[in-house]
Write a protein that binds this ligand. Structure first.
Ligand SMILES: NC(=O)c1ccc[n+]([C@@H]2O[C@H](COP(=O)([O-])OP(=O)(O)OC[C@H]3O[C@@H](n4cnc5c(N)ncnc54)[C@H](OP(=O)(O)O)[C@@H]3O)[C@@H](O)[C@H]2O)c1
Length: 411
């Protein structure tokens, strides 16, 4: 792929997150010998982004509905980074071209039914060609997936045991993008919300699960007291995305004879601190259930939509700068010992952290290709842990993000 004109093309560069990826590349990718360009459907908008941000990157114009233009763009680069979502609407032709031209790909989708379609359609060919197609490289699902990977491998390598369970507890403050809402609403409009409930939606074909396993992996639906951390937790809104990605990682590692553990299980929650933990967990759960029952009904959804942030918009600079997230992980080894880990950073998770996760994922593919897990042969519809692993962990640590593991407690 050395004959390609670019190392990375940033597709969707005019969007709310896309513009932040352009700024990130301008600030952080420059010292490296990297050739990158910005792309989207409107030349005028791309020129305006380039002028506003003062970058000199080339511009490529390709509407997602124009397969010829998409092919031309994809053929010119080693890696595509895409923020053009809803991905179920704008992403399919790009992934299709990436698989045909053997161009690595990362995005920030959380639309699991679309990811399942990619797995069905493209995994086999991408796997045999060594093309890494890695969706969900944003706040969903990098902290969950890399955090679990770090905890499970620590248990195996440092404690000499297998990993039985990992639980992740999230706390965060931040804003909401219009693009994220548009993607969620598109999921409802397309009638795919029931598929989202399958706990093993993204498992490779042929995986068998016992009824007990299925029950153990169902999404939590109400607040509960968690004795392991001695406080109240609630269902986490991103859990139906993150848990499926972590389970796909676990299933792929199983197939490559690098399992986390024979009966590995993963679950995640929103955590609340005492003394108001019960009240907050109950209030948030009730609020989420109410919101979901409203948006499930198309007429109410249409009434609500104009009142919420629109595509192209997002939180203020102040909200994005003052945001933060903390993902605390608790692993249990086969001998009962517990291992703690954490992934955390300052900045709005849906924007600042997402941009860091995504851009560093693309830079891992572009600049560290030879060090990636599984060597040059590994490909397929991968996850952050299976496709980028320790390379992404190290790159994120160098940005100042915390990714740690290692406090061991007794059984
Ligand atoms: N994983 C995470 O944590 C996370 C966080 C934030 C966002 N997201 C996801 O990222 C996506 C983008 O979010 P956002 O807030 O940046 O949304 P946005 O501001 O609405 O950006 C959407 C982008 O898609 C482009 N687009 C629209 N129609 C297109 C077409 N026909 N062909 C090519 N491009 C087209 C838009 O181009 P124009 O400017 O020309 O309209 C724009 O660049 C959403 O799916 C959202 O759910 C994920």
């Amino acid at each position: 792929m050395t004959d390609r004109l670019y190392d990375v093309v940033l597709y969707g560069a005019t969007g709310f997150v896309g513009q932040q990826t352009v700024r990130y590349f301008a600030q952080h990718a420059r010292p490296e010998p990297l050739r990158w360009a910005i792309a989207g459907r409107s030349r005028q908008k791309l020129e305006s982004v380039r002028a506003t941000l003062g970058v000199e990157a080339d511009i490529l114009v390709a509407d997602s509905q124009d397969p010829r233009a998409i092919d031309e763009m994809v053929a010119q680069t080693r890696v595509i980074l895409s923020t053009a979502g809803p991905f179920a609407l704008y992403g399919s032709a790009i992934v299709d071209a990436c698989v045909r031209f053997k161009t690595h790909y990362v995005d920030i989708t959380g639309e699991t039914p679309w990811v399942e379609e990619l797995c069905d359609r493209h995994h086999a060919r991408a796997a045999s060609d060594g093309t890494r197609i890695i969706p969900c490289c944003g706040f969903d699902s990098v902290p969950s997936d890399l955090g679990t990977y770090l905890v499970a491998r620590y248990i195996q390598q440092k404690l000499g045991a297998s990993c039985q369970t990992v639980k992740a507890y999230f706390q965060m403050t931040g804003g909401l993008n219009g693009g994220t809402l548009a993607s969620a609403f598109n999921l409802y409009d397309s009638g795919q919300t029931d598929r989202v409930r399958d706990p093993f939606l993204l498992d490779p074909p042929g995986e068998q699960h016992t009824p007990a396993e299925i029950a153990r992996n169902q999404d939590p639906e109400r607040p509960e007291y968690d004795a392991d951390i001695e406080t109240w937790v609630a269902p986490f809104v991103m859990s139906p995305v993150n848990t499926r990605i972590v389970r796909r990682s676990s299933a792929l590692f199983d197939r490559w004879q690098q399992p986390y553990g024979p009966d590995f299980a993963y679950q995640e929650y929103l955590k609340f601190d005492p003394p108001l933990a019960w009240l907050q967990a109950t209030g948030v759960s009730a609020g989420m259930a109410l919101f979901e029952s409203i948006v499930r009904q198309a007429p109410l959804r249409r009434l609500l939509q104009p009142l919420l942030p629109q595509p192209g918009s997002g939180p203020s600079e102040q909200t994005m700068n003052e945001g933060w997230f903390r993902c605390e992980l608790l692993g249990t080894a086969s001998d009962g010992r517990k291992v703690k880990g954490s992934v955390c950073d300052r900045g709005d998770p849906g924007n600042r952290a997402t941009v860091k996760f995504l851009c560093e994922s693309a830079l891992s593919l572009a600049l560290n290709e030879g060090e990636l897990p599984g060597g040059l042969e590994r490909g397929g519809i991968l996850t952050p842990a299976t496709g980028l692993g320790d390379v992404l962990v190290e790159r994120l640590r160098k940005t100042g993000m915390t990714l740690e593991v290692g406090v061991v407690t007794s059984k």
